[in-house]
Design a protein around this ligand. Structure first.
Ligand code: NA7
Length: 532
């Protein structure tokens, strides 16, 4: 094992998911800096390392789940499916790491617990969980938007004789669930993937739903040959086009209001989108105003409600599955989701009307009655966006603690840096654009590392002005105000975590505008970043 203690680095990269791997490649291989990366996990992949639960796959097209920096891999990587399964995504990220010889610069099973900025030295001091101390001039935090796992604890949990499995910390050794009585708690993206994957593989499946959500089909199938050829012919053009769209999902967002077409036309558009599948496409490629106005939103939910009523044979179950909220959470997609509830071995429980009280030895006590179970799966989500940053005790200029600076919610500039925390750079930090991830991570890493290059020509200190940060946050808050995302409880606004401040955390102007704005900032001598 390498000894870390005393290591002096140009750059420390925290996290080796999509963002961290590329940050390591760019700073070490392309810029020739002295870099080491750290990851709590036993391998690369970030969220794709941890999330191995049954049915786990991307629900964004694999096309935009690929780096573009390695043009050869971008053109020739043969995704087998339109929506790659977790092992294929993890295999891809390992292939990238191996091809670029990244693993020799990564310390796995290494958690960074604490970071302190030393003003005189112009260095960060990082302390690992084992107590090793490392110094670095720059820290790139690539700690993940949705990777700080959240699972509630219920009274009596330790008496339960069965197993409690957390989806986002799934055991490497696949548990045998056949013939078991299995409960899944949570019906977000994770829960619906597990439910559809397990329904015909377990003895009995109990779905414990607190809030019903709108679900459309995903449209699983082979990777489209047409897209493959498009990327092969012009990889840079494809990438630049994807980055010019609002949300970088590999399609152009609609510009037509749902309210300006006839009822027949609307039904046709929704039916086509339903048959094609993909939640993001259903929400954003059909009409322009579904997440913005209640009336437009209702046209989409009326359509999905019609599908629920047509698919689910028991009207009581159909009613339980029908949300009362807007269609304004992160849109969900899974094939055959509503069909699952017609199976004899699947039972839907409404744990809002009948709350879970505690565990017993044999299962869960729900509204005074015991539900006998062998396994409980927690698909209860993540402390999104800010969770992993706040797990590291981070002390910036003049003793400023990140935990205090963000006590009322995050503050950051351009999704990448924080006033009073010099040379601490984030990949997809708070107030990043509201988009799919990989190509945007890559774009931000390019921006950040270009800025490091620029700083290295001077004294090597990058700092965000409070004024730039405040005005960025204001623009983001204004962009979120009035959208239905703001008023609908979910991880998008922090409402999913008990006690978390409910705030805006996104740049809502779309990636195309973000790129334009950030390029202007760079050309204006990195406006808002003081490079001393
Ligand atoms: P989500 O989307 O936050 O969903 C979590 C689910 O767990 C949701 O149905 C919650 O119900 C439920 N939940 C959470 N805590 C509880 C408690 N205490 N009791 C009952 N039910 C609970 O997380 P996912 O992992 O599915 O997806 C997160 C993102 O990761 C996803 O959007 C992708 O982008 C990747 P609630 O709705 O809060 O009532």
């Amino acid at each position: 094992e390498t000894t870390l203690n005393g290591l002096e680095l140009d750059v420390a990269v925290i996290g080796t998911g999509v963002g961290g791997l590329y940050a390591l490649h760019r700073t070490r291989n392309e810029m020739g800096m002295n870099v080491q990366a750290f990851d709590d996990a036993g391998g690369v992949g970030g969220t794709w390392y941890w999330n191995r639960y049954p049915g786990c796959r991307v629900d964004t097209e694999s096309t935009v789940y690929t780096y573009s920096f390695d043009l050869d891999m971008f053109q020739n990587w043969e995704w087998s499916e339109r929506y790659a399964k977790q092992p294929e995504v993890l295999g891809y990220l390992n292939a990238v790491a191996d091809k670029h010889d990244l693993k020799r610069s990564i310390n796995f099973n290494t958690r960074i617990n604490r970071m302190v900025w030393n003003e005189d030295e112009g260095r960060w001091t990082l302390t690992t969980a084992k107590g090793d101390v490392v110094k670095a001039k720059y820290v790139i935090e690539a700690v993940g938007l949705l990777s700080s796992s959240y699972a509630p604890q219920f009274p009596g949990q330790d008496k339960f004789k069965g197993d409690v499995l957390v989806a986002s910390r799934w055991p490497e050794q696949e548990p045998d669930l056949s013939n078991k009585r299995v409960a899944v708690l949570g019906t977000g993206s994770t829960g619906i993937q597990i439910v559809t994957a397990l329904a015909d593989k377990v003895g009995h499946l109990h779905v414990l739903q607190r809030t019903a959500q709108w679900v459309v089909p995903l449209g699983v199938g082979p990777f489209p040959q047409e897209t493959r050829e498009k990327i092969k012919a012009d990889p840079r053009g494809f990438r630049d086009w994807a980055l010019s769209t609002g949300a970088v999902f590999g399609f152009d967002e609609a510009t037509t209001s749902a309210l300006e077409v006839s009822e027949a036309e609307r039904q046709k558009v929704y039916q086509t989108a339903w048959e094609k599948g993909n939640g993001f496409a259903f929400m954003l490629e059909t009409f322009s105003d579904i997440p913005v106005t209640a009336a437009a939103n209702k046209t989409a939910t009326d359509f999905i409600k019609g599908k629920i009523d047509a698919i689910v044979t028991d009207p009581e179950v159909a009613a339980k599955l029908t949300p009362s909220d807007y269609y304004a959470r992160r849109p969900l997609a899974a094939d055959g989701y509503y069909e699952v509830y017609n199976r004899d071995n699947v039972t839907l429980h409404d744990v809002k009307a009948h709350p879970i009280e505690s565990f017993s030895e044999n299962g869960l006590i729900i509204d005074g009655e015991e539900l006998a179970l062998d396994v409980v799966i927690m698909a209860t989500g993540f402390d999104a966006m800010t969770g992993n940053y706040l797990k590291i005790e981070t002390i910036g200029r003049g003793g400023t603690k990140l935990q205090d600076a963000w006590s009322d919610g995050p503050h950051a500039y351009a999704g990448m840096s924080i006033a009073d925390f010099p040379n601490l750079l984030m990949v997809f930090g708070p107030f990043s654009p509201f988009t799919s991830q990989p190509l945007v991570h890559e774009w931000q890493v390019n921006f950040l590392t270009d800025m490091i290059k620029h700083a290295e020509e001077g004294s090597g200190v990058i700092e965000t002005t409070r004024q730039a940060q405040d005005s960025w946050v204001r623009v983001c808050q204004e962009g979120m105000a009035g959208t239905l995302f703001e008023v609908t409880d979910s991880w998008i606004n922090g409402a999913n975590i008990p006690g978390k401040p409910r705030t805006s955390m996104w740049y809502m102007g779309g990636m195309g505008n973000y790129v334009t704005e950030m390029n202007a900032i760079r050309d204006d001598n990195y406006r808002g970043f003081e490079i001393r």
